[in-house]
Design a protein around this ligand. Structure first.
Ligand code: SF4
Length: 357
């Protein structure tokens, strides 16, 4: 069967399984899914009673303003180079951003891998390099690899500001209790590292069907078909609809590395607030690499940009087009909030693929 026929067969199957079901909201937790859904026109293929909403799965978007303010503060220090992924550069923080600081002369370096920061630290021993670690189970092992390598090589001028987060506690916090979300499309790349079984709590504790999905149109449709099958049968379960990349227990090497370097801690999520055990901090053995300990970073308390409704977008209670600033004062070339900046942000996805009114 060619690809088009496969997609058409899945569309028909979804139509059959959705027939007679009440209106159902499926949350795609992951920002990459949000973009894939729009890019592939998945919404247009779904029956009217099946609705997709975006969740808190864009790592840049959920990075709290206070964490970003800490990174900006570090970038302003003498002889400090702040290293991060490129997505963080344009995220507004009050009147500032890492990009604006860089234009004013701060040494902000975009890295494709945390190990780039290590290479830079070895080349310039007179400067202190800080890796700003952001992201979920997919990027945390890379930061862990940096910590492990720095420890092994004994690099004194390198440290880590960890804003890493993990998915399960945030999903629990978001979907426990009153929620209009009836099923979960679980992120394939998090599951590739953490294992599909990481999401077992969704059917067992939250009593919601869950399917791990990849990022091609047919991956997402197959996962949605599985979810609708479970809803129809009234039997919530976990389905791995991305078996070519995801195993039940994930990448053991990456998980062991993450476990060796990090331990769970409370974390503040933009839009979701403080969630116990949803962040990752360096273990005691790696405390000398902790930028928080090496510098006396002040505490920051900041609020969302005026009028920005990223918090509701990240909780899945507002579609980006419901924000009065969407497409008016807020657009990818001039973003007001984090959800319009990131390549995984829901507002950016809506804007890029036709949600722009
Ligand atoms: Fe925030 Fe812009 Fe999205 Fe509105 S459209 S929620 S201002 S990022």
């Amino acid at each position: 069967m060619n690809r088009v026929s496969a997609i058409e067969a899945l569309r028909r199957e979804i139509g059959r399984r959705a027939d007679g079901l009440p209106e159902t909201t499926v949350m795609e937790v992951c920002g990459t899914h949000t973009h894939a859904v729009w890019r592939n026109g998945i919404r247009q293929l779904l029956p009217a009673n099946i609705r997709l909403v975006s969740g808190p799965g864009c790592p840049v978007c959920v990075t709290d303003e206070a964490d970003l303010a800490r990174a900006l503060w570090l970038a302003k220090q003498k002889n400090v180079s702040l290293c991060c992924f490129g997505d963080m550069l344009r995220v507004p923080c009050g009147e500032e951003s890492l990009l604006a600081l860089s234009a004013e002369g701060a040494d902000v370096r975009v890295c494709v891998s945390p190990l780039d920061a290590l290479a830079a630290a070895r080349e310039e021993p007179a400067r202190t390099f800080v890796w700003f670690g952001v992201g979920f189970e997919t990027t945390a092992p890379h930061t862990a690899a940096l910590a492990e390598r720095a420890r092994k090589l004994g690099i004194p001028n390198l440290c880590i500001l960890s804003a890493h987060k993990t998915m399960p506690e945030a999903i629990r916090a978001l979907l426990s209790g009153e929620s209009r979300v009836g099923a979960l499309l679980c992120p394939g790349h998090v599951a590739a590292i953490a294992g599909a079984e990481t999401f077992r709590f969704v059917p067992e504790e939250l009593r919601l069907p869950a399917a791990v999905a990849g990022f091609e149109a047919e991956d997402i449709l197959a996962a949605l078909a599985a979810i609708l099958g479970m809803l129809r049968a009234g039997k919530p379960n976990l389905v791995n609809a991305y078996p070519r990349a995801v195993t039940p227990h994930g990448n053991q090497t990456a998980r062991a590395l993450q476990e060796m370097v990090f331990e769970p801690c409370g974390a503040v999520w933009r839009g979701l607030g403080a969630i116990p055990a949803s962040g990752l901090k360096l273990r005691k053995d790696f405390a000398d690499l902790d930028a928080q300990k090496r510098f006396s970073i002040p505490q920051f308390s900041l609020s969302e940009p005026r009028g920005c409704r990223c918090a509701e977008v990240l909780r899945g209670t507002l579609e980006p087009t419901g924000c009065p600033l969407f497409g008016r004062t807020c657009a990818p070339q001039n973003p007001v909030g984090a959800c319009m900046v990131s390549s995984e942000g829901a507002c950016a996805a809506y804007y890029s693929y036709g949600g722009n009114r």
